[in-house]
Design a protein around this ligand. Structure first.
Ligand code: GDG
Length: 472
């Protein structure tokens, strides 16, 4: 048995990317991201361990990778077979749970063989965690792929303090009830001491389901589980590393690049920007439709206005995603065909991944940021845009259906299902006078600086009653 940790993070993915070193050797590099930034101080001070899958990066048929050290914490890989990737990850996680938890904006698919793989993989994650966790350790489980893990782990290790955080929305009763194995999922989550959600509504839905589906006694935000334990459910809105984004945005490299981007786009009067994973929950199609109608009505014109849409490749082997890509690309072709000119497209569509620096430069260059998901747990892009606007400029158009709308209250909020309303909001943001834009941005920046991802981690661990929350 290894030297065991008093703090263990468990997530579907390990926070590393595979790069090829000299002579073709494999090197693991820390991948950027808010979650690892938030966990880093606790993981370092507690000699912590992160348990997760290495992604498709491992060689098929190779022996399971050994745990290894990265910076100052330990990584414990959990291997998945190709069949498990198909059934647990692409199947139950991303074709059943993901659409259902996002208001079924695309229909969820259920296959019985997916469930068996989901259960098996959750069990494997629990076993690996049990081996890594010291007596009385705190374990923090992340997200919808691992909802059975808290109860499996509790069965194996009743001494542990277990927290669970759901990054995506938790659906209302009517939707959750469609889920085959709904009671097992709920019991899985109730294995935790604390179940965290992005919004208060998610916590309420969870408490309501515990009461009506499992007939458990609930009081305020606690639930009495079947074994008599008290489980707490509450909202902990996640955030970003605000100062990292501010520093990036202030750097001469990003400032120069932002100017260059605007120049390359022909110095438009209004630059509209969207940055999303290419996912049907993000409302990319609605956004294009609103833009096309505004151009058709002459309320926006090219080249005074141009739109840049970064659509990062995502889940290309999962149902609905290839079809979404085709629809989006057809729409871009249509808009450019009708409203572009030689050398001046109306929409610059980029189906690529970019560096953090390039993203920051895009944020700094954009006059209007469009974040219009049909449903989103939080949406970190909205928060990154605000953090990047160190000049207090830029208007954020934000869907009410993103968790971020609870906090970024000075955004230009919209209902993306209401196309006329969306067009109206977009125009409002484009035409807003500078003092109004600055006032809104200043207030959102002030809020965000006081609510960064560090505070998120500390408040969750404090509510969990974990000694790890007493860190500097
Ligand atoms: C889930 C929930 C919740 C995007 N393109 C590139 C790139 N990104 C980065 C963004 C941002 C992140 O990816 C996307 O985060 P979101 O929050 O917008 O969305 P999901 O991926 O759906 O995340 C969501 C989140 O979990 C956290 O709890 O907010 O609701 O769905 O950070 O900047 N990063 C780089 N290149 C790209 O091309 N480097």
């Amino acid at each position: 048995m290894s030297a065991r940790s008093s703090f263990v993070v468990v997530a579907n993915r390990l926070p590393v990317d595979r790069v090829t070193g000299p002579n073709g050797s494999v090197i693991w590099r820390r991948s950027p991201g808010g979650l690892v930034t938030a966990m880093q101080p606790v993981l370092s001070s507690q000699r912590g361990t992160w348990v997760g899958w290495l992604g498709n990066a491992t060689q098929h048929g190779a022996p399971p990778p050994e745990p290894f050290q990265l910076d100052d914490f330990r990584l414990r890989p959990v291997p998945l077979t190709q069949e498990e990737i198909t059934r647990y990850y692409e199947g139950f996680s991303n074709s059943s749970l993901w659409p259902l938890y996002h208001d079924a904006v695309e229909p969820a698919t259920f296959k019985r063989r997916w469930w068996e793989a989901y259960r098996r993989v959750n069990h494997r994650f629990a076993e690996a965690t049990s081996e890594e966790a010291a007596p009385g350790a705190t374990v923090w489980v992340q997200d919808y792929q691992l909802q059975l893990m808290p109860s499996i782990l509790r069965e194996m290790r009743p001494d542990l303090r277990i927290g669970f955080f759901l990054h995506i929305p938790f659906p209302p009763f009517e939707l959750f009830m469609q889920l085959p194995r709904r009671a097992e999922i709920l019991r899985g989550l109730l294995g935790a001491d604390l179940v965290g959600f992005q919004r208060p509504l998610g916590a309420r839905n969870f408490i309501n389901l515990s009461k009506h589906l499992l007939e458990l006694h609930t009081h305020s935000n606690t639930i009495q589980a079947e074994d008599g334990r008290r489980v707490m459910a509450d909202a902990f809105p996640i955030s970003i590393d605000v100062s990292e984004m501010e520093h990036l945005a202030e750097s001469p490299e990003v400032q120069t690049r932002a100017k260059q981007i605007r120049a390359e786009l022909g110095d438009p009067r209004v630059l509209l920007l969207g940055v999303d994973r290419l996912d049907y929950t993000k409302g990319i199609e609605r956004r294009f439709k609103a833009f096309r109608e505004l151009l058709a009505e002459g309320r926006l014109t090219v080249p005074e206005t141009v739109m840049v849409q970064v659509a990062t490749p995502s889940r290309e082997r999962v149902e609905h995603y290839p079809a979404l890509r085709s629809k989006v690309e057809r729409e871009v072709g249509r808009i450019n065909g009708e409203y572009g000119r030689v050398g001046v497209p109306a929409v610059h569509y980029l189906h690529q991944s970019y560096s953090r620096t390039e993203l920051a430069a895009l944020y700094c260059a954009a006059d209007v940021m469009m974040v219009t998901p049909l449903r989103d747990g939080m949406n970190l892009v909205a928060k990154e845009y605000v953090a990047a606007r160190v000049d207090d400029r830029g208007a954020l158009v934000l869907s009410e259906f993103a968790g971020a709308a609870d906090e970024l209250r000075q955004a230009f909020t919209c209902n993306p299902h209401d196309l006329d309303g969306l067009k109206q909001t977009l125009l409002h943001a484009v035409r807003a006078e500078e003092p109004e834009v600055r006032r809104r941005m200043r207030m959102m920046r002030r809020y965000l600086r006081a609510h960064d991802v560090n505070r998120w981690a500390i408040s969750f661990l404090t509510a969990l009653g974990s000694p790890e929350s007493d860190r500097p």
